[in-house]
Ligand binder design. Structure first.
Ligand code: ASP
Ligand code: MG
Length: 599
């Protein structure tokens, strides 16, 4: 008998009528022959109300008591939902996190799931009940109540779907699916039928608030299809699965993150270990660093730029001030009026003109790009906040995201084509893993024979990046990583990109022309470089990956030339010389997290 997990978010159980509607949905699924597990969030804005109460009582409430408090929101809603089901004539039992054996670690307010026991749920289902489980909460080894972080009910739902071997995990919410961009920002945004886990992970980390990031990591790891759909209609929503909707469309979504800040550390001595010093100091403040661009040093000094959320800017600046003498850098500059505009697409890496299309769209909208970072399935640009909406619109339009790709497939088509190719063995071994939500790395790999080109003194005005990458593309050169950083000296910027070594001559010719045309200072190139890639699931929610990578490379005296991070990979471009040794070291350092199956 098939089993489905249905998750109802706060807005879907906000009042009595909505609670009844949710109960009816579950009853109907049961009558259609499914075993049904519901996962329910706190009613409406109840979690916020509880948080407010806590802050009224104490300026600094103990973390344990916070979780004790906020977990009550879900306890209220599961009981009410179970009563509603009972009143409608069906059988239901509500269970807290503790009662479903949702074991977590003891990091209150951001606990990670370790294991879930399924016996009790199975037994209740066998007896004909709808099981109504409280989202967001668990218990640690000492039976303390823990919570998984804001929005954590999604993760509870996907985790339950994983361990119960559910056929699907339905996420009922106040939107009817996943859109190509936030429809509140851009009315022409299109609802997609299918999106891949990887794409969704990137979009979720860009703040497309539809789902909790960690729930997608979980779904990807255990291959659980997620169906995001409206709780107020029966329309098919968006399926989040392994496959992409289109085989050819380079971009599936665009996102704008409004409140970013750029920070640049000027004149960092270009010797190994400096990035480590800077970023570990910031990580110690629990601040997530986002776009990171390290420029190739001139005169033995490099500029390191990165973005943080605007609300973290002051702490970041304070922290940097403290470590600056130790790092030996010259100064720190920042800009708190910037936003990030990104595009995401699972097919991006196979195509050549994605970056230049994006840069051209921004140039045509007269938007100046301040920073660029790329990863295998994402390109991010930092733009002035005053132009952020216009920038998003231009990019969305340039990739015709408002139109369905011609080769788009529906979930039914994909499902019938894929047959039953879920790798059952791999799944079982993952389920037996000691800690369900532990960091999972899928590999550490090396791309050799790379070369890098850096343009210095790139005028800080619209259209230059577009020109560079259009020209390079026309010359038939395939560009891998692109970074644009802030050049403190004169407010100009510098742009670096990597290519295969064989393409260096052609690239330099083109670069020479572009440099002349725009009156740039000079350009440089480096051959004999390699890219080290650490791949895994949810690398950014496991922030230690970057730090460990920096540390291992620093210990070997390896200087990092370029860095690129995403949800799926952390890439470091370094000199080829010691790269084999570095890979070996990294395999050791990450041994516990590397999947044995992947070797
Ligand atoms: N009630 C929790 C929150 O508001 C968990 C959730 O809704 O997913 O964050
Ligand atoms: Mg929620």
């Amino acid at each position: 008998m098939s089993l489905i997990v249905q998750k109802f978010g706060g807005t879907s159980v906000a009042d009595v009528e909505k609670i009844r509607a949710a109960a009816r949905k579950a009853i109907r699924a049961q009558q259609q022959g499914h075993r049904v597990v519901m996962v329910v969030s706190a009613m409406g804005k109840n979690t916020d109300v509880l948080l407010k109460l806590a802050s009224d009582v104490s300026p600094n409430p103990p973390a344990r008591e916070m979780d004790m408090l906020v977990s009550t929101g879900e306890q209220v809603s599961v009981a009410l939902v179970a009563m509603a089901i009972d009143a409608l004539g069906s059988k239901a039992v509500s269970l807290t996190g503790g009662q479903i054996g949702m074991k977590t670690d003891d990091s209150f307010s951001k606990a990670r799931i370790q294991s879930i026991s399924t016996e009790r749920i199975e037994r209740l289902l066998d007896e004909g009940n709808i099981v109504v489980a409280a989202g967001f909460q668990g218990i640690d080894d000492d039976l303390n109540i823990t919570t998984l972080g804001r929005g954590g009910s999604d993760t509870t739902a996907v985790a339950l779907a994983s361990v119960l071997g559910a056929d699907a995990c339905e996420i009922y919410t106040d939107v009817d699916g996943v859109y190509t961009t936030d429809p509140r920002l851009l009315p022409e945004a299109r609802r997609v039928d299918v999106i891949s886990y990887d794409e969704m992970l990137e979009l979720a980390s860009l703040g497309s608030g539809v789902m909790h990031n960690r729930s997608i990591e979980f779904a990807k790891k255990f291959n659980v299809p997620i169906h995001v759909r409206s709780s107020f209609s029966d329309m098919q929503g968006t399926m989040i699965v392994t496959e992409t909707e289109s085989q050819t469309a380079s971009v599936c979504g665009a996102a704008m993150t409004p409140n970013e800040a750029r920070v640049t550390v000027l004149g960092v001595p270009d010797v190994p270990g400096k990035s480590l010093q800077i970023f570990s100091a910031i990580a110690a403040q629990k601040i997530a660093v986002d776009m990171v661009v390290q420029d190739i040093g001139l005169q033995g000094r490099a500029d390191i730029s990165f973005t943080v959320r605007e609300e973290d800017l002051q702490t970041t600046l304070k922290t940097l001030k403290e470590v600056l003498p130790e790092v030996g850098a010259h100064a720190v500059t920042y800009d708190d009026q910037v936003s990030k505009v990104s595009v995401v697409g699972g097919n991006m890496a196979k195509q050549t003109n994605v970056a230049s299309t994006m840069f051209r769209a921004l140039a045509d909208a007269n938007v100046n790009i301040q920073m660029i970072t790329t990863s295998e399935i994402k390109i991010s640009t930092l733009v002035p906040r005053s132009q952020a909406d216009a920038a998003l619109r231009a990019v969305h339009h340039a990739f015709t995201l408002h139109e369905k790709p011609e080769d788009a497939k529906s979930w039914d088509q994909i499902r019938s084509e894929r047959g039953n190719r879920a790798d059952v063995d791999a799944l079982i071994s993952r389920l037996q893993a000691d800690v369900l939500e532990a960091l999972t790395l899928t590999g550490i790999s090396l791309t050799k024979s790379q070369a890098r080109v850096t343009l210095h003194g790139v005028p800080d005005k619209p259209g230059i990046a577009a020109d560079i990458f259009e020209t390079i593309g026309e010359a038939g050169v395939f560009v891998d990583m692109i970074v644009q950083g802030y050049d403190g000296e004169d407010g100009s910027t510098s742009i670096s990109f990597t290519i295969h070594q064989d393409a260096i001559e052609r690239s330099l010719e083109v670069t020479h022309q572009v440099c002349k045309k725009h009156g740039m200072r000079d350009f440089q190139s480096g051959t004999d470089i390699s890219k080290i890639t650490v791949s895994g699931i949810g690398l950014r929610s496991h922030t230690q990956v970057g730090t460990i990578l920096f540390k291992q490379l620093a210990d070997l005296g390896i200087n990092i030339e370029m860095i690129g991070t995403s949800e799926l990979q952390v890439n470091a471009v370094v000199a080829t010389e010691k790269v084999e040794a570095a890979t070996e070291r990294l395999k050791k350092a990450f041994a516990a997290s590397l999947e044995s199956a992947a070797g």
